[in-house]
Structures are given as structure tokens and as C-alpha cells.
Design a protein around this ligand. Structure first.
Ligand SMILES: Cc1cc2nc3c(=O)[nH]c(=O)nc-3n(C[C@H](O)[C@H](O)[C@H](O)COP(=O)(O)OP(=O)(O)OC[C@H]3O[C@@H](n4cnc5c(N)ncnc54)[C@H](O)[C@@H]3O)c2cc1C
Length: 410
């Protein structure tokens, strides 16, 4: 009996380990198209870009772990799935059979459809090879333009500033992190990046990337050209769902899975950035892009393969490291109607922003505030009531607030 996992990254690595924990005694084969064993992706835009870590430092688990647990890896790209035959075909034509199949296909960077985007010196940022190319390009580069002020763009800006590079960030929205945070949090990050020397421009539209063979600059719609030795584009990702779609699985902004990681085929599970499932706390179908979610979904999918029920129930959370700022995000803020701030985002470098919907806390962004983050995870997860005015007072005790919340919950 063989479980075949396609995709050797966060979801694939977790799934393979959990299969053994859950008692799978058959073969486990992981096929991924990157040359390395699964590695942590978040440090790519941080320590790996800065040249402070090697891929070996970033491995999710050492090679010995996989050897000890009899988990095999193969480098290859899966081109199609034949559900009737229970097999996949690799791009070199070889067929590999499976009894159970796990799709851990992740996501790829969204391409910017603009003139010049194919020039040498224009980069996207998803895997170790992308960073290696950026690092090579950085040798001798002084000016970098980053297109997109989401987490990836801002983390990259922070890493490059630490390396002493001149950085311009261009964002078409009116504020940074517009899709994911409240205006107060955007203002905070804009201030910090400007204090760190980033030339941050929001509300700009780009008409072309200029250069002959190599990039020379970025032309804005108003005609201004910003000189650039290197351009990095970080405008979001697209889930890798084509294999699943072609195989006739249910797909809608991600491969649809149930609460146990199962796709519309009982012999196929999916997990990670490529998957879309109902998040119970919010009762909504969502595709999440984070390491903790990939891990949770992979655990549920492994349990399903082993005929053990383990539903995906965890509250989504995320983090982002920029400069000395550790942002921890609990929950999802979509649909919030009120925010409560604890600490001042307009000065200093730590505060928390709690999101409320109809009086109930639904999410929190905590900058260098780990206790507030832990508090928020509990309050949101257990849907506890909180006194907003006390929460807004940075001197108030979180444990007292929690006690009060617990007693009013009962
Ligand atoms: C620079 C960067 C920084 C990040 N920072 C954070 C952070 O701070 N916190 C956080 O929570 N998340 C962060 N993320 C997001 C996080 O890395 C992803 O959510 C996570 O990698 C998802 O894991 P995954 O296994 O689902 O997919 P992926 O990591 O995308 O892996 C999928 C793998 O499958 C392979 N693959 C796809 N199709 C095929 C095929 N047909 N055949 C063979 N192989 C295939 C891909 O090449 C890839 O190796 C960051 C991501 C990046 C790129």
C-alpha cells in the first residue's frame, strides 16, 4: 500500500510525519519539484535573503528523520493524475501508482502582466532558487524596487534595508497591507518603514518596467521613472490547482476539502496553500496561506488516510517579522466593524489592534505583544466577551480581563 504525496514543503512534510505517527505502515513516497528536502519558507525573505542561513539550516526535519521513518523523496514534477488507474504521470512520462494520494501543491507567485516584467533582474519570491537569484543580483546592486506592500514585500524591504540597500516600495492601494489589516496597523508599518529609510509610495500605478536586456527602472503612470538595479514583485499568490482541476476534483479558489482534509475523491486528500475548506470559527469556506494552517490541514489529512477522525478546528493564526517587529495575528478580521487599540501605533514599536464584529472579538494584530496574542487566541477561539474599555488600557491586567471573560461566559 502506497501513499503518494505531491509537493515537498510544509504540508507535505507534516503529512508524511503524521502518517507514521497515526500508524501508516505502508510505503510513503513524496514527489516534489524542488531539489531540497522540505525547508521552512518564511525565513526565505528574512535570514536566507540576508545570507545568514543555508538551506540545511532551514530544513523542516533532518534527512535522518525521514530515513528513520522510512519516508522516501523523489525530485520530479507530476504532470497529471489518473484517478481511475490510481496513478500519476510525471513530466518525463513515468507513471507512479498510489493507493492514497495527497495533494500538497502549494501556491505560486501571481505574475504582473506588464511590459518589461520578463527582463533580467526582475524577480518573484517563493522558493530558495528565487532567493539565490535575488542574492546573486544584489551583488553590485544599490537600488531595489519592490512592487507590492503586502507581507512578503514589506519583509523583503526590511531585510534589504538591513543590508544597506536603497529600497523603494510601490503599492497600488492607498495603504500598505490594505487587504489584511486596519488603517491603524497600515499607518504603523508605513511609519516604521519610512523611519528605516524605505521610500514607500502608496496609491501609485506602474506603467512599465524599463530596460534593454536588464532592468533599469520602473516607470510610473505619471511618467516618473524610478531607477532600479533589481525589481522584486510580491503581489500575492495563485493556488496550484490545475492538476486537481484536470482530474475532475472540486476546485473553487483552491482544492475543496472537507473538515478532515478529504477532496471530492475518497482516495485523495489535500492540504496547505492549495486547499480550501470551511473554517469552523467563522463558518466560511476559505483558502488560507500560512504555515500553521498547512500543518493543521496536513494532520487532519494524514488522520483521514489512517481512518482516524481529526477535524481541522484550530483558529487560524499567522506571523510576520520585519526589522525587530514580531507581528502575530490571531484569527481573521474580515467583516470587522470596530477596532480597539492597546498601546499607541503612532509612536514606539509595540501595540495591539483587536478587531470586533458586533461586539465580539474576531481577530487581533499584536506587534511585539506576545501576551496580548495569546490572550486574543483564547478569547476569539472560545468566543468570550471582553470589556473593550479595559482592554484599551495598556495598564489593565490581561489575566484579570481573562478571569472576567471566563466568569461572564459561564
Ligand atoms: C518568502 C515567504 C515568506 C513567508 N512568510 C510566512 C510567515 O512569516 N508566516 C507564515 O505563516 N507563512 C509564511 N509564508 C507562507 C508559507 O510559506 C506558506 O503558507 C507555506 O509554504 C504553505 O505550504 P504548502 O506546503 O501548502 O505549499 P508550498 O510551500 O507552496 O509547497 C508546495 C510545493 O509543491 C511543489 N509542487 C507544486 N506542484 C507540483 C507538481 N505538479 N509536482 C511536484 N511538485 C509540485 C512546489 O514546487 C512546492 O515545493 C511565507 C511564504 C514565502 C514565500
Amino acid at each position: 500500500m502506497r501513499v503518494l504525496i505531491i509537493g515537498a514543503s510544509h504540508a507535505g512534510a507534516q503529512l508524511s510525519a503524521n502518517l507514521r505517527q497515526d500508524g501508516w505502515t505502508g510505503e510513503i513516497l513524496v514527489i516534489g519539484d524542488e531539489p531540497a528536502l522540505p525547508y521552512h519558507r518564511p525565513p526565505l525573505s528574512k535570514t536566507y535573503l540576508a545570507g545568514k542561513t543555508t538551506i540545511d539550516d532551514l530544513l523542516i526535519r533532518p534527512a535522518e528523520f525521514y530515513a528513520k521513518n522510512d519516508i522516501s523523496f523523489r525530485v520530479g514534477r507530476v504532470a497529471s493524475i489518473n484517478r481511475q488507474a490510481h496513478s500519476v504521470t510525471l513530466s518525463d512520462g513515468e507513471e507512479v501508482s498510489y493507493d492514497k494520494l495527497a495533494l500538497c501543491l502549494g501556491a505560486r507567485p501571481r505574475r504582473l502582466p506588464i511590459a518589461g516584467a520578463e527582463l533580467a533582474g526582475v524577480h518573484y519570491l517563493r522558493d530558495a532558487a528565487d532567493i539565490e537569484a535575488i542574492r546573486e543580483g544584489l551583488a553590485g546592486a544599490r537600488r531595489v524596487v519592490i512592487i507590492g506592500a503586502g507581507y512578503i514585500g514589506l519583509e523583503t524591504a526590511a531585510s534589504l534595508r538591513k543590508l544597506g540597500v536603497q529600497v523603494t516600495v510601490l503599492e497600488s492601494a492607498e495603504r500598505v497591507l490594505q487587504r489584511v489589516t486596519a488603517p491603524e496597523v497600515s499607518t504603523f508599518y508605513s511609519r516604521v518603514h519610512r523611519e528605516e529609510g524605505v521610500d514607500l509610495r502608496t496609491g501609485v500605478s506602474i506603467s512599465a518596467i524599463e530596460g534593454d536586456e536588464r532592468v533599469r527602472g520602473v516607470r510610473l503612470a505619471d511618467g516618473e521613472v524610478i531607477d532600479a538595479d533589481l525589481v522584486i514583485i510580491g503581489i500575492g499568490v495563485v493556488p496550484n490547482t490545475e492538476l486537481a482541476e484536470a482530474a475532475g476534483l472540486a476546485v473553487d479558489n483552491g482544492i475543496i476539502i472537507d473538515a478532515h482534509g478529504q477532496t471530492s475523491d475518497p482516495d485523495i486528500v489535500a492540504a496547505g496553500d492549495c486547499a480550501n475548506h470551511v473554517v469552523p470559527r467563522y463558518d466560511r469556506q476559505l483558502r488560507l496561506e500560512s504555515v500553521p494552517s498547512a500543518g493543521e490541514q496536513a494532520k487532519a489529512a494524514a488522520a483521514t488516510i489512517c481512518n482516524k477522525a481529526k477535524a481541522i478546528t484550530a483558529l487560524p493564526w499567522f506571523w510576520s517579522d520585519q526589522y525587530e517587529l514580531k507581528l502575530q495575528i490571531a484569527g481573521l478580521n474580515e467583516g470587522y466593524d470596530e477596532v480597539v487599540l492597546r498601546g499607541d501605533p503612532d509612536s514606539g514599536r509595540s501595540f495591539a489592534c483587536f478587531y470586533f464584529k458586533q461586539g465580539e472579538m474576531i481577530a487581533a494584530d499584536c506587534v511585539n505583544h506576545p501576551k496580548e496574542f495569546m490572550f486574543a487566541r483564547r478569547v476569539i477561539g472560545e468566543r468570550m466577551p471582553v470589556d473593550q474599555s479595559q482592554l484599551a488600557d495598556p495598564e489593565s491586567s490581561l489575566s484579570d480581563l481573562l478571569k472576567a471573560a471566563l466568569s461572564s461566559k459561564v
